[in-house]
Design a protein. Structure first.
Length: 79
Protein backbone atom coordinates (compact mmCIF):
# COMPACT_ATOMS: atom_id res chain seq x y z
CA UNK A 1 0.00 0.00 0.00
CA UNK A 2 2.69 2.53 0.94
CA UNK A 3 4.77 2.07 -2.24
CA UNK A 4 1.58 2.65 -4.26
CA UNK A 5 0.91 5.83 -2.30
CA UNK A 6 4.44 7.03 -3.05
CA UNK A 7 3.92 6.38 -6.75
CA UNK A 8 0.58 8.20 -6.95
CA UNK A 9 1.04 11.21 -4.66
CA UNK A 10 3.65 13.93 -4.32
CA UNK A 11 5.59 14.12 -1.06
CA UNK A 12 3.44 17.04 0.11
CA UNK A 13 0.23 15.19 -0.73
CA UNK A 14 1.46 12.10 1.12
CA UNK A 15 2.30 14.13 4.22
CA UNK A 16 -1.15 15.75 4.18
CA UNK A 17 -2.79 12.35 3.71
CA UNK A 18 -0.84 10.79 6.59
CA UNK A 19 -1.70 13.68 8.91
CA UNK A 20 -5.37 13.41 7.99
CA UNK A 21 -5.38 9.65 8.56
CA UNK A 22 -3.71 9.96 11.96
CA UNK A 23 -6.04 12.76 13.04
CA UNK A 24 -9.35 11.34 11.79
CA UNK A 25 -9.11 7.56 12.09
CA UNK A 26 -10.53 6.02 15.28
CA UNK A 27 -8.06 4.03 17.40
CA UNK A 28 -10.01 0.79 16.86
CA UNK A 29 -9.58 1.13 13.11
CA UNK A 30 -5.88 1.98 13.42
CA UNK A 31 -5.44 -1.05 15.66
CA UNK A 32 -6.80 -3.25 12.90
CA UNK A 33 -5.14 -1.57 9.92
CA UNK A 34 -1.68 -0.55 11.14
CA UNK A 35 -0.17 -4.05 11.26
CA UNK A 36 -1.54 -4.86 7.80
CA UNK A 37 -0.17 -1.60 6.40
CA UNK A 38 3.33 -2.46 7.51
CA UNK A 39 3.33 -6.19 6.76
CA UNK A 40 6.44 -6.91 4.66
CA UNK A 41 7.11 -3.22 4.08
CA UNK A 42 10.64 -1.85 4.13
CA UNK A 43 11.47 -1.15 7.82
CA UNK A 44 12.61 2.36 6.87
CA UNK A 45 9.09 3.19 5.65
CA UNK A 46 7.55 1.83 8.85
CA UNK A 47 10.00 3.80 11.00
CA UNK A 48 9.39 6.99 9.02
CA UNK A 49 5.63 6.70 9.54
CA UNK A 50 6.04 5.93 13.24
CA UNK A 51 8.14 9.07 13.68
CA UNK A 52 5.08 11.11 12.69
CA UNK A 53 2.45 9.58 14.97
CA UNK A 54 1.80 10.57 18.59
CA UNK A 55 3.93 8.81 21.20
CA UNK A 56 1.03 6.85 22.70
CA UNK A 57 0.19 5.40 19.29
CA UNK A 58 3.81 4.41 18.70
CA UNK A 59 3.95 2.63 22.08
CA UNK A 60 0.65 0.81 21.56
CA UNK A 61 1.70 -0.27 18.07
CA UNK A 62 5.09 -1.61 19.14
CA UNK A 63 3.96 -3.23 22.42
CA UNK A 64 0.58 -4.59 21.42
CA UNK A 65 -0.73 -4.37 17.88
CA UNK A 66 2.33 -5.59 16.01
CA UNK A 67 2.85 -8.59 18.30
CA UNK A 68 -0.80 -9.62 18.25
CA UNK A 69 -0.85 -9.40 14.45
CA UNK A 70 2.27 -11.57 14.20
CA UNK A 71 0.74 -14.22 16.49
CA UNK A 72 -2.52 -14.30 14.54
CA UNK A 73 -0.71 -14.40 11.22
CA UNK A 74 1.44 -17.30 12.43
CA UNK A 75 -1.74 -19.21 13.28
CA UNK A 76 -3.14 -18.70 9.79
CA UNK A 77 0.11 -19.67 8.11
CA UNK A 78 0.39 -22.85 10.20
CA UNK A 79 -3.18 -23.94 9.37
Amino acid sequence: MLPTEAALFSHEESVALEQSIIKNTPMKVLALEAPFMFYRVDPAIENDFLKKVPLFLKVIYKLSWKGKFAKRLAGYIAA
